[in-house]
Design a protein around this ligand. Structure first.
Ligand code: ZN
Length: 246
């Protein structure tokens, strides 16, 4: 089974469409580590695609906030504005879908999906010492997570934690050598709002049987996504940051 692993799409239809084109024919099932909505201007289109096409998904903090399952006091004003706008424009069926998304971690086949850290869905997993702790809470050798919008992750091998990189700016792909005795926390990166100084949409392809893992980037129509954000009356910084990839 070949999996397309997505995370942090954040209502960016142009980015999702480019990823789906780039990955066409390369996967059997699509999975998501959460945050379908928030920040960009196409929540209904993205959620409808998710409802029709995702084999499994865990909820993200923005999905929870839009659904009203979490307060938004701890969001910054820009994220608050996007949350309230998204809640207002979503169809009732799409809002209900977000409300019922399962909490991670979720075991799929023989690996795990989480939004943030395995022990707490809202916690960021950015540093090696955080990953070292997180490895204590995972039950499968491979876990995919999101939330940080930083592609890459961590490898635990004989008690040593090392970082997994990401494709160079001139390269579409980084192949990760999955060693049989090592454990992995892998972030496919953010489809819709990358924050790792690369504006291209990020995703991963994974085949457990073949021990194949590719971290991939693809360019997308950023000006269109920005124009929709502006047209929706969402904060301009949400459009600007897409071009900067941060
Ligand atoms: Zn996110």
């Amino acid at each position: 089974m070949r999996y397309l692993i997505l995370s942090d799409i954040h209502s960016n239809w142009e980015a999702l469409e480019a990823v789906l084109e780039d990955a066409a024919g390369k996967y059997d099932r699509a999975l998501c580590c959460g945050d379908l909505v928030g920040y960009c201007a196409d929540p209904n289109r993205v959620v409808e695609w998710a409802r029709a096409n995702l084999a499994a998904i865990v909820r993200g903090n923005h999905d929870k906030a839009v659904a009203g399952l979490d307060g938004i006091e701890w969001f910054n004003p820009v994220a608050q504005a996007a949350t309230l706008w998204t809640r207002h424009v979503l169809t009732p069926a799409n809002l209900e879908y977000l409300t019922n998304l399962p909490k991670g971690p979720l075991i799929v086949g023989d690996f795990t999906l989480a939004h943030g850290a395995p022990v707490d869905e809202d916690e960021y997993l950015l540093e090696a010492f955080e990953a070292r702790q997180a490895f204590q809470y995972v039950e499968r050798p491979v876990t995919f997570f999101g939330h940080t919008h930083v592609q890459g992750g961590f490898c635990l091998e004989t008690r040593h934690v090392s970082r997994i990189g990401k494709p160079g700016s001139q390269h579409p792909e980084l192949l990760v050598d999955l060693k049989p005795d090592a454990w992995y926390l892998v972030n496919p990166g953010s489809v819709g709002q990358p924050r790792d100084h690369d504006a291209r949409a990020a995703y991963a392809l994974y085949d457990p049987e073949e021990r194949f893992l590719a971290l991939r980037r693809t360019p997308y129509d950023i000006p269109s996504a920005q124009a929709k954000i502006e047209h929706a009356g969402l904060p301009g910084s949400l459009a600007q940051r897409l071009a900067a990839g941060r």
